[in-house]
Design a protein around this ligand. Structure first.
Ligand SMILES: [Zn+2]
Length: 451
């Protein structure tokens, strides 16, 4: 399977158009191939460890002890969680003694109530759990729109593929309805015994500051949460997110590798089994993250801005063909931009940016250079016709400022360019975003002058 993907992907660099843009048939084939990693099923990892994949976007796991079970992560809402729990119940009907949240993202904490019977289980989470939630609530209106775009939640079925590390469609109607707040706070490295099972819990800041990982020494299973899954990590999410500390992420994954697990359970996608494979995957994952960071810092110190560095940083040759590092979810170029702004803020050091022209003024001047508004519009359409979709999109972004008719014309060109870019895209968030934005433009949901 893995070999097949490697062989399959060896061809990508030869035909890559730019970044995660490839031939449209290949993009689709790659996304379909990736779907095997989140097909719905329960995987029996060891005598006492079961992982439910594909019941929602994330995974939930059950560890069976002497007189009870422990649940790691609880999916988005009680309906999906209940489905997973019923599937687990074929293997054990012991009461749930504890729930552990690997981090505070909604797709891991919203279904807890579905696992609770007569006894209230202890709920474990990291210190500082959900501290970032307040900011996200403040930004609710825009974050929800961008969230829907990144995951393609409003797309018609024929435009849906998947979400990179999750299926296109999930049960979301009761999102967050089953959340149970943590009752036990993890402050540092912790060794405990629950239901006769020895567990080790370690802080693992990365995708979120409140992330942890769980190690089962007896069974040699490591639960990584969202610091690992079968795709390049989402070091930045285009739905909009504060800085995800990339160094911490790399360090946390490197620490996981020191356990040399036999089974590695990511927050999404199917588990990896085999000590050599799981350990190598963690080492390479950590290395890839660190390498993107180091290359970015090198560019920053040379005085380059994020636009340029984003084009220059590449996954190095020793990891570029690893199937668990393909940019189905995270994107290297987006990571570069996130690291830049995370470390230095928005300003790229170029004085051009200190007093930029208003976008409308710039558009008017650019149009004049093109020979006038009419000529400018013709050139924009010509770019589209020539298959220069990104360029057409950039020109349309000027065109939209130049008048009522031009605004309408820019809208049409954008819709076509976004769909063309989407067709070539194997990065699922990008693809979903392009298609969702096009749909919003088409249906008049985006009707602002600055769209
Ligand atoms: Zn997740």
């Amino acid at each position: 399977m893995i070999n097949k993907i490697i062989i399959f992907l060896t061809f990508i660099p030869l035909i890559a158009i730019a970044g995660t843009q490839v031939d449209s048939d290949l993009a689709l084939k790659m996304l379909q191939e990736q779907e095997k990693h989140f097909e719905q099923r329960v995987i029996k990892l060891t005598e006492n460890v079961y992982v439910a994949v594909g019941f929602h976007g994330a995974n939930t796991s059950m560890i069976v002890g002497a007189d009870g079970v422990i649940i790691v992560d609880t999916l988005m809402g009680p309906t999906a969680a209940g489905n997973a729990f019923r599937a687990f119940r074929q293997y054990s009907d012991k009461p749930v003694k504890a729930i552990i949240y690997t981090h505070s993202h909604p797709d891991h904490i919203g279904g807890a109530s579905a696992f609770v019977g007569n006894q209230q289980p202890a709920v474990y989470a990291m210190k500082g759990f959900a501290d970032s939630a307040r900011v996200e609530r403040e930004l609710g209106p825009i974050m929800m729109r961008r969230f829907n775009r990144q995951f393609g939640r409003k797309l018609p079925p024929h435009q849906m593929t998947n979400r990179g590390v999750a299926a296109a469609v999930t049960i979301d109607k009761d999102r967050g309805k089953g959340h149970i707040p943590p009752s036990v706070t993890i402050n540092g490295d912790t060794k405990i015994t629950i239901a006769g099972v020895d567990l080790e819990i370690y802080p693992a800041p990365g995708e979120t500051d409140d992330a942890l990982f769980v190690w089962l020494p007896e069974e040699q299973v490591l639960f990584a949460g969202d610091n690992f899954y079968y795709a390049f990590p989402n070091l930045y999410a285009i739905r909009g997110t504060g800085y995800r500390n990339v160094i911490n992420w790399s360090t946390s994954v490197a620490r996981m590798a020191t356990f040399e697990p036999y089974h590695l359970v990511g927050g999404h996608t199917s588990p990896l089994s085999g000590r050599a494979l799981a350990t190598r995957a963690l080492r390479e994952y950590s290395y890839a993250i660190r390498s993107v960071y180091d290359q970015t810092v090198e560019g920053i110190n040379l005085g380059k801005g994020p636009d340029l560095i984003a084009h220059e940083v590449k996954l190095s040759a020793n990891v570029v063909d690893k199937p668990y590092l393909i940019e189905f979810y995270g994107s290297v170029s987006h990571a570069v931009r996130a690291i830049y702004s995370g470390l230095l803020g928005w300003y790229d050091g170029n004085p051009v940016g200190l007093h930029q022209l208003h976008p409308r003024a710039e558009a008017e001047k650019v149009a004049r250079l093109a020979g006038g508004v009419k000529e400018f519009e013709e050139k924009t359409r010509a770019a589209m016709k020539a298959g220069e979709f990104q360029w057409a999109l950039e020109l349309a972004d000027h065109l939209k400022w130049l008048g009522e008719a031009e605004h309408q014309s820019a809208r049409e060109i954008k819709i076509a360019a976004l769909r063309a870019l989407a067709a070539h895209e194997y990065n699922a968030p990008n693809r979903n975003y392009y298609l969702s934005y096009a749909l919003e433009l088409e249906s008049g949901q985006i009707d602002d002058v600055w769209f």
